[in-house]
Design a protein around this ligand. Sequence first.
Ligand code: NAD
Length: 496
Amino acid sequence: MAQEFFNHIDGKWLVAKSGRAFENRNPANRDDLIGLFPASDVADVDAAVTAAKKAFAIWRLVPAPKRGEILYRVGELLKKYKEELARIETREMGKVLKEARGDVQEGIDCAFLNAGEGRRLFGETTPAELPNKFAMSVRAPIGVCALITPWNFPLAIPTWKLFPALICGNTVILKPAEDTPHTASRFVEILNQAGVPPGVVNLIHGRGEEVGAALVRHKDVQLVSFTGSAAVGREIASVCGQSLKRVSLELGGKNAQIVMEDADLDLAIEGALWGAFGTTGQRCTATSRLIVHRDIAKKITDALVTRAEQIKIGDGLDESVEMGPLINQAARGKVLRYSEIGKQEGARLLTGGAIHDAGACANGYFFQPTIFAQVKPTMRIAQEEIFGPVLSIIEIESFAEAIDVLNGTAYGLSSSIYTNDVTRAFRAMRDIEAGITYINGPTIGAEVHLPFGGVKDTGNGHREAGTTVYDIFTEWKSIYVDYSGKLQKAQIDNAE
Ligand code: NAD
């Protein structure tokens, strides 16, 4: 019998009103059925929004330091259940255990960061231009927030949205990706255990086109915080635009690592391997382009191919495995298609490019680490997000050309340059068009206390994490207190 999981609405665990359910299977082994989850629809969304709206009236008045105490307890519980959560994640998402533990750790870091923010949430106090008048600005919660998340960081991404939303006094409906509902369910159990009151966090499982879209359209949802593909992000933004709903979008990337001829090459090779093949290339910040100076291209390429061919592929629950499967059949089909496109475009396939189904991998969605050389910056494999273990090597002759190539895509999330020349490093920091730049580090590895997000098609200008995330989840309110006892007219009474 498959284990049954539920929606969480107003503090109760419920089946979908339609009674329908969908299966969640292990991408490393399709025979492993994790459980059945509610295939919710608009009726479940209505119930969740009603609960969140009711809870908002109370939650917004709970002092932020008290809300912070609950988040602190959440952080402690995430620490306690770290190993269990990591194993749940690996089983339903495929990333290797070491990385799944890292994902949970990011959630823990995010809990403590936001718990502390309960005692800050600073506004500004300023002088007023008129006598006997006081001026300040404060942050106010927005209301009911829909949090729509992808599968590649099943715990960290929900925490990046949910903790800031809660500390600011909002209530939420979390709609996790269909491929990773188990992590989300366990997360919500932990939130309850920590004392989050009923209705403050509601969880709705189901298809994006149905449940996600219904949340986006719902008149009582004041804010949509979305992380996912650019195509869906565009659709959501256009719906929100019609109703002037606040929407924050964290979308795709086509991240590049530059390696200049003066770089520490061994370090650059380690960085490229981790950036390209970590999480099987399924990170929004994954390195999918390696922009290499011609003088060192052969050395780097040869080393990368040798090392890529040694990567141990398999079930991420096996501690010795270095790279797990892709998330599902459609994702693997997409990566295979792009491998064919690369060959047709005239890039040289150096290794990989094929499904990996040898031995114990026969039952999962595995793919070989893939490296293309002689890639031109305009080729589709150098322009479009593949979201798999595919690295395109592009040769350049100068620093200026490297920056041009790096900037020459529609996206602008993460970026990296390996160089020992301080002038080049500072020029890169200034001239790269991206939300994140690493010097002598790979394109992956963001920390929760700095802003996270990108430019161009990677989003719509918001930044999660850090303190910038509070600009997503609050409204600014400016307050003037006039204690002069008379009508004072700004810009008029104090004019020369
Ligand atoms: P996706 O866009 O297919 O789905 C994301 C979420 O949106 C899921 O929960 C899905 O059910 C829901 N959804 C789908 N259609 C919807 C609709 N019409 N209305 C409302 N919701 C809908 O993305 P994915 O495949 O889950 O994730 C991979 C993508 O996410 C990649 O493009 C990756 O770069 C991006 N990503 C970005 C960041 C970032 O912070 N910039 C982080 C992680 C992943």
